[in-house]
Design a protein around this ligand. Structure first.
Ligand code: G3I
Length: 312
């Protein structure tokens, strides 16, 4: 495991990547995952809509397949994600009363975190709870329960799996501003209330040439004393892709990998995809392309060299 072995040699826990139904049977992808990466996140199959599409009706097939793939190969698992407003089935979004929603959150977390107890390195317990301006996102969870839905989620997750590291995870924490300020303030309140939280995940969906000072923000997160991780790194390129932009992408991957290494609390990095052939960027940002370390034909890009250089 090249990237993973190198980051472990530097005292960190893992260099990771994602897998799911669309890639688990592609030999080129699984070969790369086997050799290069030490931690696995399910891209979609561990999300609420996939696992509990109707109340207390759990579909474990795809989620178990990923858990078994990872454990049988000695990979750590980052569980993603327990409480998130997106990929959330309509039956949850329509709950209007506190008691029902509380029970539904507790049952979901107990079932999911309980099923994989002892096999998950870290859980993204809550994902994307903030708006860009630092206010809470207007999700069903916040509307019905207020901020305490977050305490409820963390306490329930700790009880369901005492050994998993419990993370709050969000995007656009790569630069200064009201979002990261609000997140750090929330972390302070949670700890003041004795709510169990172990880590902060910075997703890291970035744009080539606009990476900014990721390290400074990771350092602020690490200064809380919690673990920090880059949980969904990709660095997309505005079309048309050319050699200048690919060279910048190499420097950007080196910069971000070094940022983690320069922050003692940063335990690891997860890249959000193996090959440019399979990336959420294509459908979500059609004017962008090629965000990952391997190209459409599963060949290493200069971006790989960037990450690797930082680890040497
Ligand atoms: O499963 C259905 C399939 O049945 C249907 O035929 C197909 C038609 O479009 O859609 C499939 O669902 C898609 C799903 O991925 C599984 O492939 C959804 O449309 C699509 O929206 C969904 O996108 C995922 C996205 O989260 C949704 O929020 C991406 O793959 C996934 O990479 C992305 O990951 C998120 C993280 O979880 C949180 N942070 C941001 C990150 C990027 O958006």
């Amino acid at each position: 495991a090249a990237l993973d072995a190198k980051i472990k040699a530097k005292g960190r826990a893992y260099y990771g990547n994602i897998i799911d139904q669309n890639t688990i049977n592609i030999g080129q992808v699984t070969n790369i995952l086997n050799t290069e990466f030490g931690a696995i996140t399910a891209e979609n199959s561990w999300k609420w809509d996939a696992i509990e599409p109707s109340r207390n009706n759990f579909n474990w097939g795809n989620a178990d397949a990923i858990a078994n793939w990872a454990t049988s190969r000695g990979k750590l698992i980052r569980g993603h994600t327990l409480v998130w407003h997106s990929q959330l089935p309509g039956w949850v979004q329509n709950i209007g009363d506190r008691n029902t929603l509380t029970q539904v959150i507790q049952n979901h977390i107990n079932q999911v975190a309980g099923r994989y107890r002892g096999r998950v390195y870290a859980w993204d317990v809550v994902n994307e709870v903030f708006e860009e301006n630092g206010s809470f996102r207007n999700s069903v969870f916040y509307r019905v329960l207020g901020e305490e839905f977050i305490d409820l989620a963390f306490r329930t997750a700790r009880a369901a799996d005492a050994n998993a590291k419990l993370y709050i995870n969000d995007y656009n924490l790569d630069g200064p501003g009201p979002k990261i300020d609000a997140l750090l303030a929330l972390v302070g309140r949670l700890r003041g209330r004795g709510t169990p939280i172990d880590g902060i995940g910075s997703q890291g969906h970035l744009i080539v040439g606009q990476v900014g000072n990721v390290e400074a923000q990771l350092k602020r997160m690490g200064d809380t004393g919690l673990d920090v991780a880059i949980t969904e790194l990709d660095i997309r390129i505005q079309r048309p892709v050319d050699s200048t932009k690919l060279a910048q992408q190499q420097r950007d991957y080196e910069t971000v990998t070094k940022a983690c290494l320069n922050v003692p609390q940063c335990v690891g990095i997860t890249i959000w995809g193996v090959s440019d052939r399979h990336t959420w960027v294509d459908s979500t940002f059609p004017s962008f392309d090629s965000p990952l370390l391997w190209d459409d034909n599963y060949s290493r890009k200069s971006a790989y060299t960037g990450a690797d250089t930082a680890l040497n």
